[in-house]
Design a protein around this ligand. Sequence first.
Ligand code: C2O
Ligand code: CU
Length: 482
Amino acid sequence: MTNRPSPALTRRTFLASAGAVIAAAGGVSPLPAVPRARAAGPREFRLTLGTGSARIAPEPYPETEVWAYNRTVPGPEIRVRQGERLRIVAENGLDEPTTVHWHGMRVPNAMDGVPGVTQDAIAPGDRFVYEFDAVDAGTFWYHPHQRSFEQVARGLSGALVVEEAEPLRVDRDVTWVLDDWRLTEEAAIEGDFGNAHDAIHAGRLGNTVTVNGRIPDRFAVRRGERIRLRLVNVANARIFGLAFAGHEPLVVALDGQPVEPHAPEGGRIVLGPAMRADIVLDMTGRTGERHTVTDTFYEGLEYRLTDLAYGGEALRERTPDWPVALPANPLAEPDLDAAERHEVVFNGGMMAGMRMQGADGREAGSMMAMMREGSFWFINGKAATGTDMEPVLTLRRNRSHIISMVNRTGWYHPMHLHGHSFRVISRNGVPTARREWQDTVLVGPEERVEVALVADNPGDWMFHCHILEHQAAGMMAVIRVA
Ligand code: C2O
Ligand code: CU
């Protein structure tokens, strides 16, 4: 109800239909190859940040001025094997400081890329060398953690795939980096970053949705083909709800972590900002057919994302019977009976009469004062400004913990914890069916979600909403593991 994106979304239809047909937005990346491994030692990569232009909207629109890693939007897909060590040199060619955060990767704290918490921001012209092991196999991504509401929105993000020692057997392994841009009629990025309206509502929802940096028209497939599709939501604020008409996707991993293979609830795959899903998709259509992939998340604003376009020869007539379950990652299993309990309460955002639900008089008064200063979201009554990052919780190391997240707002919040994955164990008191491991959990309006984890990665870790405008307007905190 209240979570309506701006009506500007309709402009996307205009952009999408006005132009020429674009080639399939598949897994084949047009990007220059990232330097390959040396014989031994870490795999080396280089990420150079700079400005450039990208063809986001089709002709006759001009190219869009972007900020990019290695001059491509999204940045190059980094791909390694589980157990390998990565060494990534990030060179800042922007005019402002930045960092790189490896979203979902369980890295040592000093490699986590949070300015003022785990490192100093990388100044313009400087570099920082990140080095860490790929502990978990799965689909991850990277992005700046410095003024991310603008840096990410201008094009800085990329996928990071860690392959299993023995990957699932499929015909194609494809990544779709899903993004959402707010473009002008000239296909330039709107410069209205950090405005209060976005901050207090659903965040910076755009009007142009892309797959791997392009407005997709069709995705070429063949009958009988089995595809592992890695969906990554790098949008600032848009939640996707993808339905594959005529097909039966099986979700095999969420946020990089294997999950018992299952059909998505309600037939659509819901991904809040920063979330990922790996799906196994069997192409059961017939040559010549087109089947639509629709995003149905926001009621009344459904749109066609792309089509699965069947061409060429059928690959096989029957669905392969290859296994779809992924091997588990080395995550410590929380002991729910022995777990220590914690609660975090979210307040804020636009609401009727601006009352602070669930807050007592004094707390509500102090939140109102902070709102006058541009902080609109609160975790346990506090809006973080980035300077005073005293931990909201301290978790005893190597113990099991249950964190109960209580959303006293009328809005969705994809809540992300750095350095760990957690099991989502209940929603509104009802145990979840699959106790999925996530690093980002979408908490619905007025919902209470419980997660459980073993706090086995020491350090100060960010815990924040991944709607980047909510984060910037206070919805972040530090959770200390000590
Ligand atoms: Cu994807 Cu704190 O970030
Ligand atoms: Cu939020």
